[in-house]
Design a binder for this molecule. Structure first.
Ligand code: G3P
Ligand code: CA
Length: 287
């Protein structure tokens, strides 16, 4: 028995000695390629849920994002004619439901009757437009929620309604960044930050912000914690300027592995993608 143990220990030592050089060779072949370890440090945001796999902004897409181990689900919040907060991207229901009309001209009952899944695939027939509160109640504590106020200029008071829904659930407190609020409407973010000072806020930046200056970034940083740009304006210099200003940077919207890989190389803090599987493979989480 003692002899068998000695042989086994010897074998282990020999295998370890061979594995060292093999690993080193693998690493040197990778060259400048971002390691899996580094990829895991990039926040994985499922854009409108895992919207490459299920109809955007539906419970199916959000559950899929969680199942695929995204760190955050991203949601677009708007308001119905009768003041209900609903989760839908366009300001009309035309593209993603079987109805027509502006979100703000329809009552909650009217919107709730619509089919928000069939356009994506027959298997999703009957999906509803979710409410903001439904998302909070279903996903809080399970995944981060990146809340976008979509076209808040169309919905006066939407910042207060969002703040009330979070506060009613004690979700307005510091929470390890698991709730973030963002918008292309930066004035709306100033209002929201006043209402919810402990919640991180982000300014979304489209292509027109390609030449954002250090002074403008410093101004954003007076109320925002994130500068979240269109991925096509992201450069090393932008990432470094955003970090210098004390903010983080989540880039949107990656739809291919190549796009995600480029953003990894540029050292962004987070990638907003329709395909969470592009953003990382996490060996521990996926066990
Ligand atoms: O998270 C940012 C991204 O969602 C902004 O673009 O048009 O998909 O809402 P959009
Ligand atoms: Ca969005």
């Amino acid at each position: 028995m003692k002899r068998i143990m000695t042989i086994l220990v010897g074998l282990c030592i020999a295998m370890t000695a061979f594995a060292g050089p093999a690993l080193a060779a693998e690493q040197s072949e990778l060259g400048s390629v971002i390691s899996k370890q580094e990829q895991q440090e990039v926040v994985n945001v499922a854009h409108r849920g895992a919207s490459g796999h299920a109809p955007e902004n539906t419970m199916s897409a959000f559950h899929k994002g969680v199942e695929m181990k995204a760190d955050y689900i991203e949601i677009d919040v708007q308001m119905t004619k009768d003041g209900e907060l609903v989760v839908i991207h366009d300001t009309t229901v035309d593209r993603t439901t079987n109805g027509t009309g502006d979100v703000g001209d329809l009552t909650f009952e009217e919107i709730r009757e619509l089919d928000a899944g069939s356009w994506f695939g027959e298997g999703y027939a009957g999906e509803k437009v979710p409410t903001f509160e439904e998302i909070l109640d279903t996903f809080r504590g399970k995944v981060g929620i990146l809340i976008e106020l979509k076209a808040p200029e169309l919905y006066p008071g939407i910042e207060e309604k969002v703040a009330d829904a979070l506060t009613e659930r004690n979700m307005e407190r510091p929470n390890n960044d698991k709730i973030i609020i963002q918008s292309f409407n930066h004035e709306s973010m100033k209002i929201s930050k006043e209402l919810l000072p402990s919640i991180p806020h982000g300014v979304l930046a489209g292509m027109s912000w390609a030449d954002v200056t250090e002074e403008q970034l410093a101004e954003f940083a007076t109320y925002a914690d994130y500068f979240n740009p269109n991925m096509n304006i992201v450069t090393h210099e932008l990432v470094s300027n955003v970090h210098e200003a004390g903010m983080k940077i989540f880039a949107y919207t990656s739809r291919t592995q190549e796009q995600a890989d480029r953003l990894f190389q540029l050292n962004v803090d987070g990638i907003v993608s329709d395909f969470p599987e592009h953003v990382y493979y996490h060996p521990v989480k996926n066990k």
